[in-house]
Design a protein around this ligand. Structure first.
Ligand code: MD3
Ligand code: FE
Length: 207
């Protein structure tokens, strides 16, 4: 369903088998050249979410090819499997023409334990307004989707569950959003890990 223009939620888009494949891939990515870690913000605060980047390394508030805040090593390449998945996701949300023109080159994998959350923010490090694709795995969460003007109301609170796809493009691309809390005990039996994973696929426009 369309939450706002360009914000398309497709619940249960991935079956359990595909979810488990992605969980296994997240495990390998989390132990890649730049291990999954909590990002330290410029004000000294440490995020409660742990994350790992692929293709381009996300830092507040820029991208780098090297892990400038974690030893300076090269970032793992953007995996072909996420390019295909990103295109399939944009096709499912907006149709085949939008899907075919989607050229993602970066992904951010976020891990939430039962206490983790993410404050309201915009994703503005990308230089183009191609959509962001979000895939949720494991424990469900309460996701807050706000507006483009301010981090305050109006907003809509939506549960994101394991296997859900969310695509944020068009007028929703620069909306404020955040994760209020996870919902312990809501992961599907057989998912094979504790906590919540979110994969976002992005097109940076950085070439
Ligand atoms: C709306 N991640 O990585 S996914 C992030 O669940 C991030 O880990 C959250 O916000 C998470 O930046 C939320 C949903 C999401 C992701 C990117 C967006 C919503 C978005 C970009 C623009 C607008
Ligand atoms: Fe975000």
């Amino acid at each position: 369903r369309e939450l706002a223009p360009g914000a398309v939620h497709l619940p249960d888009w991935l079956d359990l088998g595909r979810q488990r494949e992605l969980v296994a891939l997240c495990r390998t990515w989390a132990s890649g050249p730049v291990p999954m870690r909590a990002v330290t913000m410029p004000n000294g605060g440490v995020m409660s979410v742990k994350s790992v980047s692929l293709g381009w390394h996300w830092l507040p508030y820029r991208y780098s090819r090297t892990a400038d805040d974690a030893g300076g090593g090269a970032v793992a390449p953007f995996p072909e499997v996420l390019r295909t998945l990103g295109r399939d996701a944009v096709t499912a949300a907006y149709g085949p023409e939008a899907g075919a023109s989607y050229e993602p080159d970066a992904a951010l994998v976020n891990y939430y334990d039962d206490a983790a959350k993410m404050g309201m923010h915009q994703d503005r490090e990308e230089r183009v307004n191609a959509p962001v694709v979000s895939l949720s795995l494991g424990t469900a969460c309460v996701f807050r989707f706000g507006n483009t003007e301010t981090r305050n109301r109006p907003w809509q609170d939506v549960e994101l569950r394991s296997g859900d796809l969310f695509v944020f493009g068009g007028p929703s691309r620069f909306a404020y959003h955040g994760v209020l809390r996870t919902m312990p005990g809501t992961a599907p039996p057989g998912i094979g890990f504790e906590g919540r994973l979110n994969i976002t696929v992005r097109q940076t426009g950085l070439g």
